[in-house]
Design a protein around this ligand. Sequence first.
Ligand SMILES: Nc1nc2c(ncn2[C@@H]2O[C@H](COP(=O)(O)OP(=O)(O)OP(=O)(O)O)[C@@H](O)[C@H]2O)c(=O)[nH]1
Length: 698
Amino acid sequence: LAWCRHGFAPASSVWRDLLGARSWQTDMLIGSALHQHRLLVTKKEKRPPRSQLSPVKTKKEVEVWVGMTVEDLASAMAKDIDCVYEALLNTAIDVDSLEANSHLDEVWIKEVIKKAGMKLKWSKLKQERIRENKDAVRRPGTDPALLKPRSPVVTVMGHVDHGKTTLLDKLRETQVAAMEVGGITQHIGAFLVSLPSGEKITFLDTPGHAAFSAMRARGAQVTDIVVLVVAADDGVMKQTVESIQHAKDAEVPIILAINKCDKTDADPEKVKKELLAYDVVCEEYGGDVQAVHVSALTGDNLMALAEATIALAEILELKADPTGPVEGTVIESFTDKGRGPVTTAIIQRGTLRKGSILVAGKSWAKVRLIFDENGKILNEAYPSMPVGIIGWRDLPSAGDEILEVESEPRAREVIEWRKSEQKEEKGKDDLKIMEEKRREHQEAHRKAREKYGSLHWKERSYIKFLERKQQRPLKPKEKVERQSNVLPIIIKGDVDGSVEAILNLLDTYDASHECELELVHFGLGDISENDVTFAETFDGVIYGFNVEAGSAIQQSAAQKGVKIKLHKIIYHLIEDLQEELSSRLPHTLEEYPIGEASILATFTVTEGKKKIPVAGCRVQKGQLERHKKFKLIRNGQVIWKGSLTSLKHHKDDISVIKTGMDCGLSLDEEKVEFKPGDQVICYEENKVPTKTSWDPGF
Ligand SMILES: Nc1nc2c(ncn2[C@@H]2O[C@H](COP(=O)(O)OP(=O)(O)OP(=O)(O)O)[C@@H](O)[C@H]2O)c(=O)[nH]1
């Protein structure tokens, strides 16, 4: 009791400090000290620890932060992790569910610190800092006096095979024809069509709504007008309706191109009528949708389509400010072997020049070269112009917003900021997921706990440890079965947009219960040795879209047993994938009936000591074959399936019995009782390939 003896001496430093404190504190502390003294006098053996006598002086300060883990807290307290668990016993939190890396809510952090007799201090460093926004953003609205008319940007959409590609090709051809001889067209994801009047239209040449949706998903509103292609012989189909919906969602007006009008069974009026049901009302029906009858194949009336587009653009009064820093959108991006990362883009504001500093997504560029779809080098590019841009440090993605900034250091700053933002967001998401997992875990434990009744948590943990130990790992056979139902794939494409469109389609995959589809790798460019090695490792299949596989690569793939499948049409690639998936499914057995008999009488025969039930039947259809499969049907229900042990005509064993003849038969299952009126079916089983149930929506 040495500490107690000197604890009450006023001369001691403890008391000097305490008496110097504010009066309410003093009263409280003296009160507490007296209470402690009473306790000591009456219950000496249960004396409280010394620290309780002088809390202000000795309370250890612990630096804590929101979202810290059990481990973090233990180490901040300089204690063993068990101390945290012990402190949380008999609280609402389920201690069993806490792992060393579980995150603790504020309330539990406080609880632990309180129980440990320590003092908490919220960490300034680890608390969220409000950071200055260093991002680059679009400029605010322009002075209307600076706005100049610009050409419309058009996307062609419609149902599969209705002629989108043919239409774009024909429009591009007219452009190429108008071009100087010897010019080389470049695929830049968009091209300009010039009309004799001098007007221009920019066509995005990635047909289909996948690319359109991908852009919109990133908030990039690039398209001013949708040209909806509907084949006059086919009429409105599933993807016609989807395209209308996409245009409506994006509030983009439609021009109707009724295609294939050269065909004898073309019925353009029917198409217009059908479209009324989808709120696409053509001018003849009192609406404002222009309809042009065209033939993409012959090129007939394409000029009228272009003129209708210009007329609509005039109504829309499309304008942009061609001055000041550039704003635009990435249409496609790819790596060129000689020139490095290349993006194709639509300029939406300002004027792009060589030397401009751009940021897009998490990449930046000092523009080295600007070129158009004819490969012609440009000095400047204005709003609505589609251009190729070289000079990127990394590859931005389709749909990324392009913004010009004042300098390279500023571009670096923006990219740094975006990267750190992404990291932070990811961190927050991870935290949320972990918290969610922890809750689930906790709930599961709460339920499991009921099973363990009132056992001490340590006992419970031990029992659970034993249970876990008893759980055997997956048996090798199960592993093999699982692996055989996985299709690992590698996707390679020519441009960002096409890979994205394919990945979007893969997102619709919903048949994992039949076969898991595992995307192990995707990227841009021709098939490489790396891809082959990857595919070999995963036992996967390589799908290439608009890319090549050199002969050396093909040879290497053949040696390694790796399939490379190259396609130029996305839906062919997807069909191929469906076939590949189907080929991984077990065959289904289909029954083909050979004959049918009805049971007229039943009796038993004695063979040695055994009594064997026999059915006397008449063959009603086809024939019964002794060595084929049989089933017995009563009141429409199959009550037995198997083989015969005997088939007799009178006293003779026979192998086949035909329609109209009587026979006696017995089954390989003696317990089955026959009844007059039952049917006996003789059938064959054939293996039929199963088809994947995945419907990507074509
Ligand atoms: N007779 C006739 N055939 C056409 C016309 N336009 C396209 N076709 C044919 O229709 C088929 C499909 O044309 P595509 O241009 O590939 O159709 P698409 O809409 O681009 O098809 P996907 O790219 O698969 O969505 C091809 O065989 C074309 O030759 C047309 O105006 N008249």
